[in-house]
Design a protein around this ligand. Structure first.
Ligand code: ARG
Length: 403
């Protein structure tokens, strides 16, 4: 093992990173700086400071990254309508490059030669952290304790905690907690009973959305304003990115919007089952598609939809800071120049449905599409020729088939 002088640890203060902190101190005997990102996970962050202090940490960083997270990571991704495997809104995937960016920034500032994270050797998150660090500063080493130590299971982790008098939290039912990752965009829950995809997820898994069955019986109508592809207001009230997403999380959570029970394909090779809750993000995706429906040209919209799975996969696999992601982002951002206006949605028992849209940049022409008589010059005979030529090869093909 090469000599390491100083490490910046991505530290939530939860069980795993508390153990990792102890292990780093024991294994490397060097200074550790803890970095705790406030991504709107809805947890008190001061306990993380207290725990780090108790472990003898001198340099403790707790940074509010909520606005940067939503403005520079969530919203750019939303412009693409990104969904991994058709369903997952990438709530964990998009947070990792931001955390990595700040780990690298702090490492440079304090002259650390390594950063450390608490992602396991089986998941996607290790890739997202480490590929981002590689892309941002190849001189910084990455320490991944889960791949280095001889703790091989959560059971052994709990034993280590006991041995070192690290308190072990329990869930609402007094059991060892699920593996949870939360931020302003989503809450993801994995592990324990959820590892069997045949088992129905118990109710207490859900943290920030009500069961749609118990959601209010009266629908709620909301209007979201967009400017150049980004949401800027709710019900006419301008909001910062983080405030807007927080507001929509409240509304969506109350109406049971954004629950997803998914079996997905991890980059590393295995399938995994997780429960996601993305209330605000689910509303925003519907709203963004709504405003795009009247402001994007057909070919532009279809091209966006073609590249979307590729873009989503890049984010899922950890290639946020990669040239191809930046190239796709440039294309997506360019498409958003006229994606401005307002979308009204109905929130009701788990669904967010667009019910109206308006835009000063609309391409929609009622005059053109109307079933009634129209002033716009549209020659119906053009359609006849259009169909005849499009049908040309089909007539040849059908004639050949019946020979
Ligand atoms: N499977 C999700 C992803 O790869 C979430 C990973 C983190 N979630 C967790 N509960 N540990 O993005």
């Amino acid at each position: 093992m090469s000599k390491i002088e100083k490490i910046v640890l991505s530290y939530s203060g939860g069980l795993d990173t508390a153990i990792i902190l102890k292990w780093l101190q024991e294994t490397y005997g060097c200074a550790v700086v803890t970095f705790t990102a406030d991504l709107g996970q809805g947890e008190e962050l001061e306990p993380a400071r207290a725990k780090a202090e108790m472990s003898g940490i001198k340099d403790i960083r707790i940074v509010d990254l909520r606005e940067e997270f939503v403005r520079d990571f969530v919203f750019p991704m939303l412009r693409a309508n990104a969904l991994y495997e058709g369903q997952y809104l990438l709530g964990s995937s998009i947070a990792r490059p931001l955390i990595a960016k700040h780990l690298v920034g702090i490492a440079r500032e304090v002259g650390a030669d390594a950063v450390a994270h608490g992602a396991t050797g089986k998941g996607n998150d290790q890739l997202r952290f480490e590929l981002a660090v590689n892309a941002l500063d190849p001189s910084i080493k990455v320490i991944a304790p889960w791949r280095q130590w001889n703790i091989r299971s959560r059971m052994q982790l709990l034993e280590y905690a006991e041995k070192h008098r690290i308190p072990v939290p329990s869930d609402k039912c007094g059991e060892a907690p699920f593996s949870i990752d939360a931020n302003l965009l989503h809450t993801s829950t994995e592990g324990k009973i959820l590892e069997n995809p045949a088992e129905v997820a118990p109710n207490h898994v859900y943290q920030r959305t009500v069961d749609p069955v118990n959601a209010p019986d009266t629908p709620e109508i909301i209007t979201i304003g967009f400017e150049r592809g980004d949401p800027v207001s709710v019900n006419g009230k301008s909001m910062t990115p983080a405030a807007l997403l927080t507001e929509l999380n409240g509304l969506g959570g109350r109406h049971g919007i954004g629950r997803l029970d998914l079996v997905e394909n991890r980059f590393i090779g295995m399938k995994s089952r997780g429960i996601y809750e993305t209330p605000g993000g689910t509303i925003l995706l519907a709203a963004h598609r709504g405003i795009e429906s009247i402001t994007l040209d057909r070919a532009a919209a279809h091209l966006k939809d073609e590249i979307m799975p590729r873009y989503a996969e890049l984010i899922y696999n950890g290639f946020w800071f990669a040239p191809e992601r930046e190239m796709l982002q440039a294309l997506i951002d360019h498409s958003q120049a006229f994606v401005s206006g307002e979308v009204t949605l109905r929130l009701y028992k788990g669904s967010a449905s667009v019910i109206s849209r308006t835009s000063p940049c609309s391409l929609y022409s009622a005059d053109l599409v109307t079933f009634e008589e129209s002033a716009i010059a549209y020659d119906h005979h053009d359609a006849e020729g259009f169909i005849r030529l499009n049908g040309l090869r089909l007539r040849s093909w059908a004639a050949r088939n019946s020979r």
